[in-house]
Design a protein around this ligand. Structure first.
Ligand code: SAH
Length: 212
């Protein structure tokens, strides 16, 4: 199959799985997932499945990236925090929709690799930082949007506190081996609204920094 045909199928699969937002689809058309996948799994770049990356982590399934991005309703002036840089793919999609993206991972190796790809693709509005994202990023808070791409048992308190009023956070919650739920949190003047979106499966949100 030719590349162009594979990409058409990729976009078709996204639509058929509920990714219908035009801005999200064009960001996913523009950012080539292939730039974030190396080696053995390159051949599966355009399949709708999660794939292994370094440090024992995974690049999420494209339809899940699409659905999470869509639920986040990113606006062009937004400052976004992503917890869980991984390959950098989700951050790159967000960079097309937001004013500025801060992405953090507990592995410095993943952060360095992702930064090199952002430079190559000339994505200048992403800042990648090695830190434990369960504490958020206090020096840049508050955020219009927060996306977490690793599962915590509950929404971490510091992340809730770093949302702007009117802000949205999308994150998976639940235990590592159990079925997790993707949830959307909206912050109001007087509190938070929670909505369950769908079952998902993510690697766990871990405390502290990784070894590599
Ligand atoms: N969004 C990524 C996929 C993320 S996989 C992509 O588009 O490829 C989940 C990532 O969360 C892993 O890289 C893992 O190291 C990271 N992670 C887990 N716990 C974390 C924490 N407390 N702080 C920051 N990153 C964390």
């Amino acid at each position: 199959m030719k590349d162009a045909e594979r990409k058409m199928q990729f976009l078709f699969a996204l639509r058929s799985k509920g990714v219908t937002d035009g801005r999200v689809l064009s960001a996913m058309e523009k950012i080539d997932r292939g730039a974030f996948i190396k080696g053995l799994f390159e051949a599966r770049t355009y399949e709708d499945m999660p794939l292994p990356i370094t440090c024992g982590q995974t690049i999420s399934q494209p339809s899940v990236v699409g659905i999470m991005t869509q639920a986040l309703k990113v606006q062009p002036r937004d400052k976004v925090l992503e917890v869980g840089t991984g390959s950098g793919y989700q951050a790159a999609i967000l960079s097309q929709l937001a004013r500025r993206v801060y992405t953090v991972d507990r592995y410095s190796r993943l952060v360095r690799d992702a930064e090199a790809i952002f430079r190559k693709l000339d994505l200048t509005n992403i800042t990648a930082i090695t830190t434990d994202g369960s504490h958020g990023l206090p020096e840049q808070a508050p955020f219009d949007r927060i996306i977490v791409t690793a599962a915590a048992e509950d929404p971490p308190g510091p992340l809730l506190a770093q949302m702007k009023i009117g802000g949205i956070m999308v994150l998976p919650v639940g235990q590592e081996q159990a079925v997790q739920s993707l949830i959307k949190v909206v912050r109001h003047e007087t509190g938070y609204d929670y909505e369950e979106l769908r079952p998902v499966r993510f690697v766990p949100l871990l405390e502290g920094l990784g070894k590599e």
